[in-house]
Design a binder for this molecule. Structure first.
Ligand code: ADP
Ligand code: DP6
Ligand code: CO
Length: 326
């Protein structure tokens, strides 16, 4: 009645931004990501009939009540799926830099879903696991698979066709993703809260929805053709478009800090020098820069030299869900 699973985080190239159903975590649009080799979560789940509630340990310490409640609500969905009554002891370790704002909800909820289902001895396919993980955090549904992954938004009201599908495995196209941790002052608006406000108040949200499926189609063609220029152009434009919807929300909010712009400008300078690099930004100030493996060293040194960049962490496409022992 116990199992351990590991899931890696993912970075969206075409963003999931906005829910059509908040309870089921159904997105307004399909999205596309790369699973990363460097950042991951390892979670152990043990069901125990003696427990009166779920117990959640994060990075070796009991989690705060709000976190335990969030996890427990997700566990309720897994229990409902499995027809299980018992509570569980959950122990999770995040291998991501502390407070870096790197999507830990994706690896965290994917690892938890996988470990819980495995602990209950249920055999599930990737699609079912993706649907379960989605209901913990939308982006988590993509962390079930390695490499390049599409989350198809689906059409059905019950969410049974809203799940990830693998496009290319981590060995099929070896790009470099340089994660730039920057100096930052303000507190962030969570992606959950941010996308909600944007959907209900931004006049640009309609334009986002009108163009995102075209961006996705372009990104998929670029991936199929291993066309880095085409992929880079669309992923950068898609990220900027997402951030345009936050600046135009009411009240408006901006995830960028001055250091975020420093990185964006350095990427533009690299391209002027003929080195192909493109950036993307999620719900925080850090910037992820994509380049081809042959340019990794050059791009790494250019980004590391920016005074407001604290650290550059080099990632590559990583694997899908894995089961312990580790
Ligand atoms: P946000 O989605 O708010 O932009 P993140 O993607 O970093 O930011 O998600 C942070 C949330 O993810 C945490 O508040 C917590 O609820 C969840 N989370 C982080 N690590 C884990 C974990 N190891 N297991 C389960 N949930 C986790
Ligand atoms: C900007 O998956 O963290 O990173 O579904 O509410 O848990 P919830 O949100 P989350 O949102 C991710 C938003 C994003 C874009 C993306 O990963 O596609
Ligand atoms: Co998240």
């Amino acid at each position: 009645m116990e199992a351990t699973a590991r899931a890696h985080t993912n970075i969206a190239l075409i963003k999931y931004w906005g829910k059509r159903d908040e309870k089921l975590f159904l997105p307004m649009n399909s999205s596309l990501s790369i699973t990363l080799d460097r950042f991951y979560t390892t979670t152990k789940v043990a069901f125990d009939s003696a427990l009166k509630a779920d117990v959640f340990f994060l990075n070796g310490k009991p989690a705060i009540d709000a976190e335990t409640t969030k996890i427990s609500r997700f566990m309720d969905k897994i229990r409902a799926f499995a027809g299980e009554k018992r509570y569980a002891y959950i122990e999770s370790q995040n291998e991501v830099p502390i407070a870096a704002g790197l999507a830990s909800s994706a690896s965290g909820m994917a690892a938890l879903a996988a470990a819980a289902v495995k602990a209950l001895g249920i055999e599930v396919d990737g699609r079912t696991l993706s649907i379960l993980a989605r209901q913990g955090s939308g982006s988590a549904c993509r962390s079930i698979y390695g490499g390049f992954v599409e989350w198809q938004k689906g059409e059905k009201a019950d969410g049974s066709d809203s799940h990830a599908v693998p496009l290319l495995s981590e060995d099929d196209w070896d790009l470099s993703i340089l994660s730039c941790l920057v100096e930052s002052k303000q507190k962030k608006v969570s992606s959950r809260e941010g996308m909600k406000r944007t959907v209900s108040t931004s006049p640009f949200y309609k334009a986002w929805l009108e163009t995102v499926e075209t961006d996705l189609a372009a990104a998929k063609s670029a991936i199929a053709a291993r066309d880095f220029t085409m992929l880079g152009r669309v992923l950068e434009a898609n990220a900027l478009k997402m951030h345009a919807t936050t600046i135009s929300a009411n009240p408006p909010f901006l995830y960028w800090q001055s250091a975020t712009l420093d990185v964006m400008q350095e990427v533009a300078l690299l391209r002027e020098r003929g080195i192909e690099a493109y950036f993307t930004i999620d719900a925080g100030p850090n910037v992820k820069v994509l380049c081809e493996r042959k340019d990794e060293e050059t791009v790494y040194h250019a980004l590391s030299a920016i005074p407001s960049v604290r650290e550059v962490l080099v990632c590559h496409p990583g694997p899908g869900i894995q089961y312990g022992p580790f």
